[in-house]
Ligand binder design. Sequence first.
Ligand code: ATP
Length: 363
Amino acid sequence: KRRIGVMTSGGDAPGMNGAVRAVVRMSIASGCEAYAIYEGYDGLVNGGDMIREMGWEDVRGFLSEGGTLIGTARCMAFMERPGRLKAAKNMIIKGIDALVICGGDGSLTGADKFRAEWPGLLKELVETGELTQEQIQPYQTLNIVGLVGSIDNDLSMTDATIGCYSSLARICEAVDSVDTTASSHQRAFVIEVMGRHCGWLALMAGVSTGADFVFLPESPPSENWEAEMCALVKEHRSKGKRKTIVIVAEGAHDQGLNKITPQHVKNLLSDKAHLDTRITTLGHVQRGGTPVAYDRMLATLQGTEAVKAVLEATPDTPSPVICVIENKIVRRPLLEAVAQTKEVANAIHAKDFARAMSLRDAE
Ligand code: ATP
């Protein structure tokens, strides 16, 4: 029987458990055995009982659980070849030659590197006497399939990453709560949201909460932004609005003007717009809690597709990542998808905003 491994890696995201459940059950339904690799690449490098067979009932209840029940980690050992050599040995010992990884771009890049090195790793394991030729014989190729689990929605080739809509829902609930107190006291709130170099969460949060102003890493404001923001906020107040909400993406300070921190925006609203202003940093609340219905559905559909991709792979097929584009579950070349994400991030770092925006437009 074919053995398929599933792991979650990098930052946790709501919906990852749904993906694990789908991979386990689709594997079993397809006549394969499913193995969970615990604690991300740590589990692969350490082996033993960190790689466990999963039965149908072992993933019961996973769909509605937030975070990741099989754990995740940032594993330094896997970044180096000796760590990947250990990982390869542990996989052969367990008889696993296919891995479905739910994580961010780092996790998926590492997985593809592992696949590219696989024949060399096996050769080395035989040469050093760690394994015999007979042991490695049935496992000549490694299949890798990526699922994008991230609250940031920062992968260019998919409309939504697993977890981003849950995070957006959490942000909306939090801003709604802030709204009631802001309105009561006629206060202004500056709210910092996660997303690293990507402004998707902040932009959608702004749209979904009707914020007065949003700062995004991808969209630098005009040089005159300080006066413009204060004028706009005052105009809204003059029309009877009793509260002010300004959303700042955590990556916003990477923008050209380098000043867009929540503290600076707060000072402006207090000193120039004369508003009683507070800062709320939502922090890890944004990653937590139960996944929303969309993430449960996405994780399930993509997890089942990932198993199909494993079973249909040939040695020449590039590793795929499972995406959703215009409501269809599709496969895209993993390395290309990850490279595009990086280009957007680099472009933002280099303050080459025009390039970043045109890349996003071309998605
Ligand atoms: P997030 O978007 O939440 O940060 P991520 O998957 O990008 O998720 P990383 O910390 O970049 O998170 O990667 C997770 C793990 O994947 C690393 O700790 C490491 O074990 C492995 N990994 C990342 N990049 C590589 C690489 N280039 N080569 C080998 N392994 C890697």
